[in-house]
Design a binder for this molecule. Structure first.
Ligand SMILES: NC(=O)c1ccc[n+]([C@@H]2O[C@H](COP(=O)([O-])OP(=O)(O)OC[C@H]3O[C@@H](n4cnc5c(N)ncnc54)[C@H](OP(=O)(O)O)[C@@H]3O)[C@@H](O)[C@H]2O)c1
Length: 244
């Protein structure tokens, strides 16, 4: 863990991974700005713990510059951006409503890139005398980029696009900003997932357990603590079962 309290922006803190990460970083003494579209009990609990909550809909690209200025109004320094917000549509839903494919690209690719750019303009990370990065951007992608997902081709393609972009962003932003990705496999089931589906998913793993969101928080801690890591993708998938 880094010793200095950091200022951190996380998109999509209303539930699950984003909510857990915000809670974890607040408990560690960091200043956390979290975005939401819908208010939830989890969001209110985070606000009670000190979260600075700002509304943001990543589908509204025209509002991203104003949002970045709003963040700059809350802090004079931003150490870490975690691009967590996501939508997960099946290909059959995309076939029925083709705009969902565009929406996934906007939420996973276009808006996070543009938001990172707007934040750099509104609240610049600066080149430091000691050569360390002043800021880090972390994109949450998906381990299935490597394996493939026959029912989620559009979702996986959009996650692959942003994972590939971390290398270009790191080139653009060096030396003031590091850019990394965390690519989880299964983290948490949804309550509606039935027992057969759970067995099927777990049996595809080398280590067949449901890890929960804490492994993402552990990985964010590591990326914050180790200043050398840049342009890296950390896969959280328990390894890959050969032939599956
Ligand atoms: N859970 C897993 O097993 C798993 C596996 C692989 C990868 N991941 C990745 O890990 C990250 C977190 O997963 P999760 O399961 O916690 O996701 P989730 O439950 O679907 O939550 C997604 C978050 O994104 C926000 N969001 C959705 N659309 C948005 C938009 N247009 N603008 C702004 N925010 C928006 C949601 O807020 P609102 O509800 O307010 O819209 C919510 O807070 C995602 O990037 C996901 O792709 C998760």
């Amino acid at each position: 863990m880094t010793s200095r309290a950091q200022t951190i922006l996380i998109t999509g803190v209303t539930r699950r991974v984003g909510a857990h990460l915000a809670e974890h970083l607040l408990a560690a003494g960091h200043r956390v700005i979290g975005t939401y579209r819908h208010e939830t009990d989890a969001l209110h609990a985070l606000i009670d713990r000190g979260l600075i909550a700002l509304p943001l809909d990543l589908l509204e690209r025209e509002r991203l510059a104003a949002f970045a200025r709003q963040v700059a109004g809350q802090t004079d320094h931003l150490d870490l951006i975690v691009h967590n917000a996501s939508i997960w549509h099946r290909d059959e839903d995309v076939a029925a409503n083709p705009e969902l494919a565009t929406a996934m690209y906007t939420v996973h690719v276009t808006s996070p890139i543009e938001l990172t750019e707007h934040l750099q303009r509104a609240l610049p990370a600066r080149e430091r005398d000691d050569g360390h990065a002043d800021r880090q951007a972390v994109f949450i992608t998906d381990a299935h980029i490597d394996e493939g997902e026959p029912d989620h081709i559009h979702y996986i393609a959009s996650k692959a696009a942003i994972e590939s972009s971390i290398r270009s962003l790191a080139l653009r932003y060096a030396p003031h900003t590091r850019v990394n990705a965390i690519a989880p496999g299964l983290l948490m089931f949804h309550p509606e997932d039935d027992i057969e589906y759970r067995h099927h998913r777990l049996n595809r793993r080398l280590l067949p357990f449901e890890p929960g969101p804490g492994v993402v928080s552990q990985t964010v801690d590591y990326l914050m603590a180790c200043p050398l890591i840049n342009q890296a993708v950390i896969r959280l998938d328990t390894g890959r079962r050969w032939g599956n």
